[in-house]
Design a binder for this molecule. Sequence first.
Ligand code: GLY
Length: 355
Amino acid sequence: MGILEIKLSQNQYSILIKRDILEDIGTEIRKLYKNNKIAVITDSNVEALYGKKLLKSLEKHDFQTKIITIKPGESSKSLDTAKNIYEELLDFEITRGDMIVALGGGVVGDIVGFVASTLLRGIPFIQIPTSLLAQIDSSVGGKVAVNLPRGKNLVGSFYHPQAVFIDPELLRTLDKRFLYDGMAEVIKYGCIKDKALFEKLMTIETEEELLRNMEEIILNCCKIKRDIVERDEKDHGERMLLNFGHTIGHAIEKYFAYKKYTHGEAVAIGMYNMTKKSEEMGLTEKGTAKSIREVIIKYNLPYEMPDTNIDKLTEAVGLDKKNKGKTLNIILLKKIGDSFIKKIDREDIGEYIRD
Ligand code: GLY
């Protein structure tokens, strides 16, 4: 079990990581919420697996509940879905004294956080992330958003939950491709800040061993993210390190219309290729890219740059919302566990993509 306190200028809350915490989640929520009304928002896949368990535990503590279910998948992270959720919450007569629970992966966490931050100018909410990606990244740090047809996460804000409850046992039902998708972000934490974590990942032999170690892995990742977010909540400096592999990764995802690669798969390609280039330029310790490739292969992730029109891919980098203006911030490694931000001219990004 692990508890992390996250202390920000305006908020403070805990991230509780514990096997089977979902079984008794009502007790945990009762400790921090004294009123009765709770709206649980989830998607239909997660509802089928865990909806009843969650409601049963809440009802044991006399909470008055309503479950709102959205369609699984990125297409639900829209203003249309947000509007439907607003209507259902208002039908439930929710007030600013009540609570919303987000039960699901990154899509659910992001849209529910967005709805919670905007309805009635803000309703408290709790995150119960169910995918590895959500447990180590998107549920921590307060970024909430929906997509617009022209791009991802273009409408959003920073809005922190009252608590994050992470149950590593939920990962046992996660589709294997998405377990490894999340592992790309675990590898990223090792690369940017934690050599020991990176080395630990190299020693794990089987999926069962990975799942047995998951509580500790999640705790390590959340600690790194917590420390970075505490120092740079609004993403103006150090928090950008979390984008290691993401500049190329986002461009690859976009180039293939979000169909061919998962987020983690695209980030894995980005981490390896960026490092291969920075090593050739003498900015990164020799052998680093090879170590990254080994760990990426171990976790069933791709590392090779796909066959693409390089000009179009470079153009996709230019459309990344985080990188407006003449310069671009890219994240590079000095060596495993040690990363830095490098400002480059936008047109020079091709040097990191072309063979
Ligand atoms: N996922 C990157 C961040 O939260 O800043």
